[in-house]
Design a protein around this ligand. Structure first.
Ligand SMILES: [Zn+2]
Ligand SMILES: [Zn+2]
Ligand SMILES: [Zn+2]
Length: 349
């Protein structure tokens, strides 16, 4: 592995994805235009006291006896006002709601497949006050947010409203957030998304070849090599991705094999919240409070994949743009060598 500033191509150890590590690119003038959140004429709809500006809540953490859709909550889940999928009807939920045949047909050798995008699209409003960042919240509160993700996933699984739930957080305008107030989202889908399928195929191949979990083996390699390791606790490990698409791209894994995020224990969630807050504080210092996307990858609700899949978080700090080369090739350009990024994240105080 080269330690010089010569550009290098790297392949992701899990999926078939290449990146260009090009340190010289960091020297060019500002990459991303500075974006700002729009002014909201009626104030922020996520703040406590403005519950009537969102659809009725589907879930909330309310420590007292406060009524639904009024103040007194700590975390609140509401349907997205502008959903990417349509809500399941009661008749369609349950048996085989996820297996309806695709509409459309073949034209010569070309197949046009379409199916109704029935699912769940929800916003998790992460706190009642107008805060923008998890880094100002107590660890206990971050644990409550993570437990909300888990509990909603469990409910969606039980109701068979989706086969896969993508939990994600867009923080900051450069990461696609449209509102400043801290929030995350979940989309429950009727099909397994292709990115997850690619990871499932990779873990299945690895299991056939070596007999174990690809992610457990990856964690062991990163723990012993240490060059990309940022922090390791008794339950979790955080390291920069070998073929990171963005500067400081970091993956967080439970160290014990665990396929399904929705089955994490309260103690695990507490440990995860501590590491998350620690990591985000470091990232803020290293990269001047960047926008980021946080993605949760977990085993789908269908299939026996949880035995060899391993849930994890992927953090994508949005410090570089995605432009023609990336769209054209699928290959991202990362100007900070992942080992250097880990060193900076470890050292900053
Ligand atoms: Zn607000
Ligand atoms: Zn594993
Ligand atoms: Zn992943």
């Amino acid at each position: 592995m080269s330690c010089s500033s010569d550009p290098e191509m790297r392949k992701d150890p899990v999926v078939d994805r290449w990146v260009l590590i090009a340190p010289e690119r960091a020297k060019r003038p500002g990459d991303l235009p500075v974006a700002l959140f729009p002014e909201l004429p009626n104030g922020c709809p996520f703040c406590e006291g403005r519950e009537d500006q969102t659809p009725s809540e589907v879930f909330a953490i309310r420590p007292g006896s406060a009524n639904a859709n009024g103040p007194g909550w700590r975390v609140r889940v509401v349907p997205n006002m502008y959903p990417a999928v349509s809500a399941p009807s009661p008749a369609a939920s349950g048996e085989d709601g996820d297996r309806r045949p695709a509409q459309g047909g073949g034209v010569g050798e070309v197949e046009f497949v379409s199916l109704p995008a029935v699912g769940i699209h929800e916003v998790i409003v992460e706190c009642p006050q107008h805060e923008s960042s998890l880094t100002v919240m107590p660890v206990e509160h971050i644990a409550t947010i993570l437990a909300t993700w888990r509990d909603r996933m469990l409910q969606i699984r039980e109701n068979r409203e989706a086969v896969y739930v993508q939990v994600f957080k867009n923080h900051g305008p450069a990461a696609g957030a449209s509102l400043e107030h801290a929030h995350s989202q979940l989309i429950g889908l009727p099909r397994i998304p292709s990115v997850i399928q690619a990871e499932l195929d990779a873990v299945e191949r690895h299991k056939g070849q070596f007999g174990g979990c690809l992610f457990c083996d990856l964690i062991e390699r990163e723990q012993s090599a240490g060059e990309r390791l940022i922090r390791s606790t008794d339950r979790f490990t955080a390291f920069t991705a070998f073929a990171g698409r963005f500067p400081y791209e970091t993956w967080i894994f439970p160290r014990q094999h665990n396929g399904r995020f929705e089955e994490t224990s309260r103690a695990q969630i507490q440990g995860l919240a501590e590491l998350l807050r620690w990591f985000l504080g470091r990232l803020d210092q290293c990269a001047d409070r960047p926008s980021y996307n946080l993605l949760l990858h977990t085993a789908p609700f269908i299939g026996a994949t949880a035995d060899y899949f391993h849930w994890h978080f992927e953090f994508l700090p949005r410090l570089t743009g995605v432009a023609g080369f990336e769209w054209g090739t699928g290959c991202f350009v990362n100007p900070i060598v992942p080992e250097k990024a880990a060193e900076i994240l470890r050292q900053v105080k």
